[in-house]
Design a protein around this ligand. Structure first.
Ligand SMILES: [Zn+2]
Ligand SMILES: [Zn+2]
Length: 261
């Protein structure tokens, strides 16, 4: 299984999971044109996508859906509350209840609830024949469902949205600072570091920090906060930051036990 981010920040998110003939887009928060361009770099076209999984209705996650579903017949999976906000997806919608599991091609998808100021936000764990990955972005804290579901995934896409100090002393108005720091907001670098350590202790070997704020964080601050925590605990894993607005490197997902076989 291969994993790439196409874009990752508060202004647009999309990622690609490829396993054999199955290809899934996780969120479509950049334009359909940019998604097609990124896929072209990987020798793919949008027609080859088997599904688009949506986490929630904010525009940095669904901005490309209207054009994508108009131009291509790609099924769009969304939780019931999120689907309500996606009329533009029309008959492409596949509605599920938050917490449901389903299958796309060779991949098993497990949804779980996050805590965010959206109608019915979820994130996903994806299990393939050779390993597992999970995503946790746009959540004010690590929900019990997230912690339970993501334990032991080989690769974790993890939000490190802001540095609390930068946010508090930065230019955002008070209500926005409260929203981001609140329990329906976003994960800070410190929260990401805590959860990263917990996951690494349960077997995660590749952590990709995601959804960084341009105003209240830097890639260096995010990576330092998490690396410091992991190093203090004597853990060494692949740790990187998803690029804001270009395709990431490939992350090959393989079960840890298999890599020693
Ligand atoms: Zn977002
Ligand atoms: Zn959001």
């Amino acid at each position: 299984m291969e994993f790439y981010t196409l874009a990752s920040s508060s202004s647009g998110n999309a990622a690609l999971i490829r396993s054999g003939k199955t290809a899934i887009l996780l969120d479509a928060g950049i334009s359909a044109r940019r998604i097609a361009q990124a896929l072209a770099l990987l020798g793919m076209t949008p027609e080859e996508l088997d599904a688009i999984l949506i986490t929630h209705e904010h525009s940095d996650h669904v901005g490309g859906i209207a054009t994508l579903t108009k131009k291509y017949a790609i099924p769009v999976y969304a939780s019931r509350g999120t689907a309500h906000f996606l009329p533009q997806a029309g008959s492409a919608l596949r509605i599920f209840e938050a917490g449901d599991a389903f299958t796309v091609g060779a991949l098993e998808i497990q949804s779980f609830r996050t805590s965010h100021d959206a109608a019915d936000s979820v994130d996903y764990r994806i299990d393939g024949p050779d390993g597992s990955l999970g995503a946790l972005t746009d959540s004010g804290y690590v929900t019990d469902d997230a912690a339970k579901t993501l334990t032991g995934v080989d690769l974790l896409l993890l939000e490190a949205n802001h540095d609390v100090g930068m946010l508090q002393s930065g230019p955002y108005p008070y209500h926005l600072k409260r929203r981001i720091l609140g329990e329906h907001g976003h994960l800070s670098n410190d929260a990401a570091a805590d959860f990263a350590l917990r996951c690494v202790k349960s077997g995660t070997s590749d952590i990709l920090l995601a959804h960084l704020s341009a105003e209240n964080n830097t890639p260096e601050a995010a990576e330092y906060a998490v690396a410091r925590k992991l190093q203090a605990a004597g853990c060494s894993v692949r740790l990187s930051v998803a690029p804001r607005d270009r395709l990431s490197e490939v992350h090959t997902v393989c079960r840890k036990s298999l890599s020693f076989a």
